[in-house]
Design a protein around this ligand. Sequence first.
Ligand code: NDP
Ligand code: GDR
Length: 340
Amino acid sequence: MKKAFITGVTGQDGSYLAELLLGKGYEVHGMVRRSSSINTERIDHLLENQSGDRPDFVLHYGDLTDPGGLSRLISKIEPSEVYNLGAQSHVRVSFDIPEFTGDVDALGSMRLLESIRDVNPGIRFYQASSSELYGLVQEVPQSEKTPFYPRSPYAVAKLYAYWITVNYREAYNLYACNGILFNHESPRRGKTFVTRKITTGLANILKGKQDRLVLGNLDAKRDWGFAGDYVEAMWLLLQQDHPEDYVIATGETHTVREFCELAFQHAGITLTWAGEGLDEKGIDANTGRVLITVGEQYFRPSEVDLLLGDPTKAKTKLGWEPKVSFKELVEMMAKSDQGS
Ligand code: NDP
Ligand code: GDR
């Protein structure tokens, strides 16, 4: 039986990946951070099977800032595959806590690689790299060959993680690879990322619990896919003959404004826009009610304006393709938050 160790198992991707690997018959070990409140809600449904326990899904306390603990876990679990999904993953927040973000997102990856190198260099390693590496636009669409230009402490930390993964592959011959994943979302997406903020905000507006939605840069463009499709690619990256880095994306880009329009349309509301910059408003075309305003606090000190991935290599070499379209994704998230 194959054994996987997942850091960040309590996050959006960790929960989908655990589901996928359990479905494939893996024994799955997940690392959980100690927290004063319960942080396993995305995986609670996996923890119990019909007989009440789940010997093939085991959780361990640990933290990417704690090298001794990581090493002990790798020695004890003896995984065949390690998926490093753990991170301080919020770009805006990384400007507030840059050192912590670097410690977890950059050095955390190196600590895991060091443990693998010491304990068993045969373990296969997946690094959750990000389209944020591209940052300031150098080329569109962005492929494995596009130069990086990170624009946030988060992206700079992920740049270190990307290169340390490449370096351990070249220096120590590890099967270590980067999935350069463009934004992927789902009903399990954290509520402070823009897509989920829009769909939860919309649901609250419909229920009369919230007056309006306050957003930042409406013009930012992202290549948004479905997280469930993207974890499939993570697994495929570790099943190849040779370790390589891959872009995982849909090849389509949309603005935050378009995401809002589609989500509200799903609830029967046609949005029109008035004003500019910080004065811009999203208005219900039928009633004239202001539903969206812009707040300066949600802008970033340096922004990533346009992400559009070229997934040709993943299609050709892995046979991977996204299944859920942008429209289906927005509907899935809007529906789920409205409880329908
Ligand atoms: P989430 O923010 O949903 O999950 C992050 C996970 O990391 C959580 O389980 C979190 O634990 C854990 N974590 C945070 N800090 C630590 C730490 N110090 N030690 C151990 N674990 C920690 O992110 P996603 O699931 O969306 O993303 C997964 C990975 O993929 C991340 O590395 C992210 O940067 C990267 N990525 C994500 C993309 C996306 O669009 N979703 C695109 C490209 C890359 P807790 O639940 O306790 O907070
Ligand atoms: P991103 O995702 O920064 O791309 O990082 P996020 O959803 O936070 O922002 C996307 C774009 O929307 C703009 N935006 C807002 N963002 C947030 N969070 N809140 C708002 O109110 C708001 N209004 C406008 C942002 O400025 C940005 O341009 C995500 C994370 O999952 C990373 O971990 C991952 O690496 C990248 O995706 C790929």
